[in-house]
Design a protein around this ligand. Structure first.
Ligand SMILES: Cc1cc2nc3c(=O)[nH]c(=O)nc-3n(C[C@H](O)[C@H](O)[C@H](O)COP(=O)(O)OP(=O)(O)OC[C@H]3O[C@@H](n4cnc5c(N)ncnc54)[C@H](O)[C@@H]3O)c2cc1C
Length: 310
């Protein structure tokens, strides 16, 4: 367990249940928790945690996270209050805070006649999470339109710096930020200007409709649990084994989309974790393919030995 700080800054709360901060609605308590409302506050809190010897991490909308029932040691900073963006409809530049919901950004861009983010409307994450995950859908992804990011290095919290998209090693659902402890403070996109706002808005809405009619948006989930083992689709491999509806406790392989695991109401993180492992074992046994998780597991340290990593 980390060292215990004697005093905590304003806004930092102790032992906060994280269920409400993930779209799966599971997870234990954060030892320390805060939702900074500005980049300056985030930097101040990160500096406090570092000087107190606490481990710390940032989360966005928690839409790609499985947080263990035992919770997370140290400080968890949730960026979802760090919202805001501005765009230039003439030249296509868009700058967004890390906590800006990516669907909100997609809607604003459409309204300004900016083409590029129509695919993002059904992804319930933040801009920061989208950059880290290289989130994408329906033929588009973050890397296609990102220009640069403003970052914070925990070892130098007072010296934010920028990196260009080409320096982030983007690949399918991958960026180097998944392996390096850097915090995304904001992101700068270059979209295509001069389009008809009505047309972009209609395309954006159509994308959302096609998602919500084929995926279980009404139940708590984290979207696709497994990365597609290209050229195969994880959902098809799972469905072919008749695993739709397979349950462990309150966790169930969705009947609508086999790459989704839904919380049917009272799931524990351990149920979801056990179901992930069960699906991985069955797919490996029957198809000879190892499915790697797209979802990030937090707080499972020491329990990862059997797990094929992302
Ligand atoms: C219904 C549903 C549908 C989905 N559909 C898609 C889809 O089509 N395509 C797709 O790619 N994803 C999809 N997802 C998954 C998820 O929405 C994306 O991965 C999203 O980009 C995660 O963003 P987030 O803000 O929720 O990040 P979180 O889940 O909070 O965090 C994800 C990772 O990023 C890190 N992180 C978050 N913010 C920061 C930051 N500011 N700085 C540094 N690290 C940070 C976290 O520590 C964690 O490692 C879906 C999820 C749901 C629930």
């Amino acid at each position: 367990m980390a060292a215990q700080p004697t005093t905590q800054p304003i806004g930092v709360r102790r032992s906060v249940c994280l269920q409400g901060f993930t779209t799966w609605k599971v997870g234990g308590p954060a030892e320390w928790f805060a939702e900074p409302g500005s980049q300056a506050e985030l930097i101040r809190l990160a500096a406090w945690a570092t000087s107190a010897g606490l481990p710390w991490r940032c989360i966005g909308a928690g839409s790609n996270l499985l947080i263990a029932d035992g919770g997370l040691a140290g400080l968890t900073l949730c960026n979802r209050r760090l919202q805001g963006s501005h765009s230039d409809s003439q030249d296509g530049w868009v700058e967004a805070e890390a906590g800006e919901p990516i669907p909100t950004l997609a809607r604003k861009a459409a309204k300004a006649g900016l083409h590029g983010l129509e695919w993002a409307v059904g992804i319930p994450g933040t801009v920061g999470g989208a950059v880290v995950m290289n989130a994408g859908a329906q033929g588009g992804c973050t890397a296609d339109w990102l220009h640069s990011v403003r970052l914070l290095d925990p070892s130098r919290p007072d010296q934010p710096f920028s990196l260009e998209a080409r320096d982030l090693d983007f690949a399918y659902r991958h960026s180097r930020l998944q392996a390096e402890p850097l915090v995304v403070l904001s992101a700068r996109f270059r979209l295509a200007a001069g389009h008809d706002p009505a047309e972009i808005t209609a395309r954006t809405s159509a994308n959302l409709h096609s998602r919500t009619s084929t995926q279980p948006y009404q139940q708590p989930s984290c979207g696709s649990v497994f990365r597609n083992p290209e050229p195969r689709k994880a959902g098809q491999l799972i469905e072919a084994l008749g695993l739709k509806g397979l349950s462990v406790g309150g966790a169930q392989v969705s009947a609508l989309h086999a790459n989704f695991i839904v919380n049917t109401g009272n799931a524990q993180a351990s149920d979801i974790d056990a179901l992930i492992l069960l699906v991985q074992e069955r797919v490996h046994r029957e198809h000879g393919i190892t499915l790697h998780t797209e979802v990030k597991r937090l707080g499972f340290e020491g329990l990862d030995v059997l797990r094929p990593g992302p």
